[in-house]
Design a protein around this ligand. Structure first.
Ligand SMILES: C=C1C[C@]23C[C@@]1(O)CC[C@H]2[C@@]12CC[C@H](O)[C@@](C)(C(=O)O1)[C@H]2[C@@H]3C(=O)O
Ligand SMILES: O=C(O)CCC(=O)C(=O)O
Ligand SMILES: [Fe+2]
Length: 336
């Protein structure tokens, strides 16, 4: 017997015809090799055109990534009642099928972690989350944060933003309001055989519905199961081929504002095309301190250029964003 929430997700298959095909001019996900001299130029071009790029040659150990993934899989294999002992996902902890608190659902379970040491309370993470998983997550967050800072400094160099840590310092700060998410898209045996065929024929099970990330930058790493898609500027969806050796960078709403609309906060979603193959993803969301004012960076603005957005702090934006449904255009309220 399929529970009500699962039934709601299963009933919500997206048939072929609502999913626009990939644009014919799309030549693929931009790949930025961090060791190459053209890296800065390529990442800025990608942030303007797509708001999305893939990073290779990042120097992060594959063994370490595999270790964290294994530990995450171990956690998700616990019984439902044990996982629920990890506290509710709001604000941090374990969540299943419900995303946020405004009625969104997806075929996903997850752990949300706060990355600010001064806000982490053991109450959110009782012993059920192994010491090994906690310490791997801490190491992962600090390694990925460093890479994200390097990327933000390269972007600042290319755009001649001064000082070059104008962006990176916002997420490096110990008090930054960043978070980390482990997503597990479990196999879905409830999908009947007919539907399995339908999935393979292009109908989709929604894992994580379309949305933009509210923060500055997000860094996604997944196992080798596909599903992530990005929305191109012509409104078509492009699948992102999975690659467990690379990291994918998303421009978030806050960076779109800081660049005064030069960069695009990319709409993305996870659609599960094979209901029997689990997907595991880990995402670092780099956000600023709650009191930080979010607005176009002055050293980027040209003479006479006006801000496209009203002034707001990250706390104001976050509070407003968390009152919206996943797929809403959250920045609209803040446009001038
Ligand atoms: C429906 C929602 C889930 C979300 C909070 C929100 O109200 C709107 C933004 C959503 C999002 C997307 C990116 C991240 O996964 C996330 C943690 C975030 O900061 O904003 C989620 C929020 C969530 O899952 O609580
Ligand atoms: O799981 C993924 O690959 C992406 C999920 C996502 O976009 C999110 O958690 O905000
Ligand atoms: Fe996202």
């Amino acid at each position: 017997m399929v529970a009500a929430l699962s039934q709601l997700i299963l009933d919500n298959f997206s048939p072929n015809n609502t999913c626009k095909p990939t644009s014919s001019i799309f030549t693929g996900i931009p790949v930025v090799d961090l060791s190459k001299p053209d890296a800065k130029t390529l990442m800025v071009e990608a942030c303007k055109e797509l708001g999305f790029f893939k990073v290779v040659n990042h120097g992060i150990s594959m063994e370490f990534l595999a270790e964290l993934e294994d530990e995450a899989v171990k956690f998700f294999k616990l019984s439902q009642s044990e996982k629920e002992k990890s506290g509710s996902a709001l604000p941090f902890g374990y969540g299943s099928k419900k995303i946020g608190c405004n009625g969104d659902v997806g075929w996903v379970e997850y752990l949300l972690f706060c990355t600010n040491p001064s806000l982490i309370s053991n109450a959110f993470f009782p012993e059920i989350i192994s010491e090994t998983l906690r310490s791997l997550v801490n190491e992962y967050v600090s390694t990925v944060r460093n890479m994200a800072c390097e990327v933000l400094e390269m972007i600042a160099d290319e755009l001649q933003i001064q000082p070059r840590d104008s962006l990176s310092k916002l997420i490096r700060d110990e008090t930054s309001d960043s978070c980390f998410r482990l997503n597990h898209y479990p196999p879905c045996p409830e999908v009947e055989l007919d539907d399995q065929q339908a999935l393979l024929n292009g109908r989709n099970l929604v894992g994580f519905g379309e949305h933009t990330d509210p923060q500055i930058i997000s860094v996604v790493r997944s196992n080798n199961t596909s599903g992530l898609q990005i929305c191109l500027s012509d409104g078509t969806w492009a699948p992102v081929p999975s690659d467990n050796t690379s990291f994918f960078f998303n421009v978030g709403d806050s960076l779109q504002v800081m660049s005064n609309g030069r960069f695009r906060s990319v709409k993305h979603r996870v659609m599960l095309a094979d209901s029997l193959k689990p997907r595991v993803s880990m995402i670092y969301f780099g956000g600023p301190n709650l009191n930080e004012k979010i607005g176009p960076l002055s050293s980027l603005m040209e003479d006479g250029e006006e801000s496209l957005y009203k002034e707001f702090t990250w706390s104001e934006y976050k509070n407003s964003a968390y009152r919206t449904r996943l797929g809403e255009n959250r920045l609209k309220l803040f446009e001038k």
